[in-house]
Design a protein around this ligand. Sequence first.
Ligand code: ZN
Length: 211
Amino acid sequence: MVGGLLKQALAAILPGTSLVRLPAAGSSGVALTFDDGPHDRFTPQILDLLDAAGAVASFFVVGSAAKQRPALIREIDARGHQVANHGYRHLNARKVNVDEYVADVARAQELLEDILGHRLERDFRPPYGIITPAAYLALWRKGFRQVYWSVDSLDHSLTDPRAIIDRVDRLTGPGDVVLMHDDYEHTPLALQGVLDRLKQRRLDLRSVSSR
Ligand SMILES: [Zn+2]
């Protein structure tokens, strides 16, 4: 992961400000997370597969996409999943100044809470998994927890559903946070197999914020 050492150091100094794996050690929980949506076709497919499997997940949505599809944001929430923040413009923290970066995250949070009419956990996943020390501290001061992942499904580069299923099954165990995306056609195709495998192993599929 990019900047892993920096994040580890800041996470050690400021406990609870970022998450890579689920905190409850020893539980059977696994969090499936979907980034970069909502997508008109693939997000509803993913919701149907999750619901049929009795699984709950986290959706790290992009504000500009959410603004175009408020009904889909409300549907994710109404079906019991976590709507979470992936920034408004999907910025790279290294390419803009810290004020612009943090304002973009706050803008996405306001939009999502406006659409839903209720407060959300301040869970933010930095686009590309990239953060700077200044942005890390500024987000912490605004009460945001940064949510990373411990298993990358590689659905951004693997397009064969079987390869994604095998990879996630092989790498995922209790406490893992799995990165997937809801803007690729092959991810819903892989998801059924992922759900089958993880459920066979009696893993409890939950969101990052489930308690
Ligand atoms: Zn992203």
